[in-house]
Design a protein around this ligand. Sequence first.
Ligand code: NAI
Ligand code: BGC
Length: 266
Amino acid sequence: MNIDLAGQTAIVTGSSTGLGRACAIGLAAEGMNVVINYHSSKEEADDTAEVISEAGGRAIVVQADVSKEDDVARLFQACADAYGHLDVLVANAGLQADAAFTEMTLAEWNRVINVDLTGQFLCCREAARVFRRQGVHGHSKSAGKIICMSSVHDEIPWAGHVNYAAAKGGVKMLMESMAQELAADKIRVNAISPGAIRTDINKAAWSTEQAMEKLLQLVPYGRIGEGEDIANLCAFLASDVSDYITGATIYIDGGMMLYPGFRFGG
Ligand code: NAI
Ligand code: BGC
């Protein structure tokens, strides 16, 4: 199996930290030109770019809020200016704003829907337009690949996080409907749905021994995930090795989707 991504270009949203950073570094290691998008942490974005260039890769850094249409247009224009073409979008940027359902404010609801769902719509729409214009152009068997960063919570209901679960559930249908609509253009659309992976978004769930012990009750495989686990899957979905896969959600979760409570009863 040869994951050959040399000369292809990827935009990875929200890639100054966490899973986006890991995917950007992983794709660059496979030879891709990478656009590192960040919202507010320029220093961390520059650091991601530095890691890539020190390893011999190519990266540029672009600030943009994925929930704003003009920012997204500017992000894709910066990619075109720097590299001239685009092959992969990793729609990764996301956040949580947790609250008990009856306490959740409209602002908390909107914030998560705007970034985690509308942000994916805006970035995917822009990518699909570029891919359609380019067509199949020699770098890959497809005209382009979209990878949506979803979550096990596109399937597992999550008390205290209804805004987030609703957004990720929305991402699932967004991804599948796009895949259906864009397949004739040779555009592949898939989702990565991680379980608990060690990043800032869920630090409270793994950073103390007690919290980790509780979290691991939900993970039959007995460890939480690392950025590299996601980056490896991302490179697979970006490459022609997965050319016949579209509209798929790949759960990467150490078994979190397997009703772990049933190990002890039922
Ligand atoms: P993170 O907090 O390290 O990364 C999220 C990134 O998105 C940050 O760099 C943040 O600045 C960026 N971002 C937030 N709002 C933005 C905006 N409006 N415009 C552009 N960028 C923005 O957390 P993590 O874990 O790396 O999250 C990445 C994605 O993975 C998210 O979509 C999250 O929902 C998803 N995910 C994470 C899991 C985990 O266990 N870490 C599990 C399942 C899904
Ligand atoms: C959330 C994390 C959580 C994981 C598993 C992700 O979508 O962002 O906070 O640890 O799902 O529940």
